[in-house]
Ligand binder design. Structure first.
Ligand code: C5P
Length: 231
């Protein structure tokens, strides 16, 4: 289940100054923003607060993966920053995800949306199998999503290629956030399981995470305007 805007721009910049200069061209009505490990390690909570103060919905994409107590406390710290969405790794297990969910309950209706990463979109089947998993990538993603839903989380990060199956399996209110989005004709870079925005929407994705397709565009606003017109 989504609310507009549905595009989350991944602010993968190497310094706070460039990130803020880029954000200056954007409006919270056009997009949400994602702060990942690179930028957070550079800009820290101060940057996140700045973006929240600018009225952007911020997805703090730090993919927490640790023991239950540590992850629960990290989720509380994220909620204190006023972020809209935060995530953990489903591979951290049911106890860890439940601890995160329970910790956020004190925030009531103001709690950030809590989602879990199933399998990174940069994995391909060979690499996944090489980690020792018996199931194939698609089966593993479904199982990890099931664990996520049972732990009471709001949804998962998944590739658009898995979104249709997850939508059918877990229903309309399970939030699907899909990175690995590329405009037709764009390079795939390090992503393996990619889709166009249209394909991701058709597959049932709620929110599209778009990094380089927008941040490297000479006209990011125009790209956003064009994409928003089809939502
Ligand atoms: O530039 P690009 O559109 O590939 O950026 C994708 C963003 O989504 C990056 O910030 C990356 O860290 C993030 N992400 C991902 N795969 C996941 C979870 C997050 O690519 N499973």
């Amino acid at each position: 289940m989504y609310t507009l805007p549905r595009i989350i721009v991944a602010l993968d910049f190497d310094c706070m100054k460039s990130a803020l200069a880029f954000v200056d061209q954007l409006s919270p009505l056009q997009c949400r923003l994602k702060v990942g490990s690179e930028l957070f390690t550079r800009g820290g909570p101060e940057l996140v607060r700045r973006l929240v103060d600018l009225k952007f919905s911020v997805f703090l994409d730090l993919k927490f993966y640790d023991i239950p107590n540590t992850v629960a406390q990290a989720c509380l710290a994220a909620a204190d920053l006023g972020v809209w969405m935060v995530n953990v790794h489903a591979l951290g297990g049911a106890a860890m995800m439940s601890a995160a969910k329970n910790a956020l309950q004190s925030y009531g209706a103001n709690a950030p949306v809590l989602i879990a990463v199933t399998a990174l979109t940069s994995y391909n089947e060979k690499e996944w199998q090489g980690l020792g998993f018996k199931q194939n990538l698609n089966q593993s993603v479904v199982q990890l999503a099931q664990l996520t839903q049972q732990a009471g989380l709001d949804g998962v990060v998944c590739s658009a290629q898995e979104a249709a199956v997850l939508r059918a399996e877990f229903g309309p209110s399970f939030c699907l956030v899909t990175p690995g989005i590329r405009l037709a004709g764009n390079m795939h870079d390090d992503q393996q399981r990619v889709a166009t925005p249209e394909e991701a929407l058709a597959a049932g994705s709620d929110y599209l995470v778009m990094g380089r397709s927008i941040t490297r565009s000479p006209e990011p606003e125009a790209v956003l305007m064009r994409l928003n017109s089809v939502f």
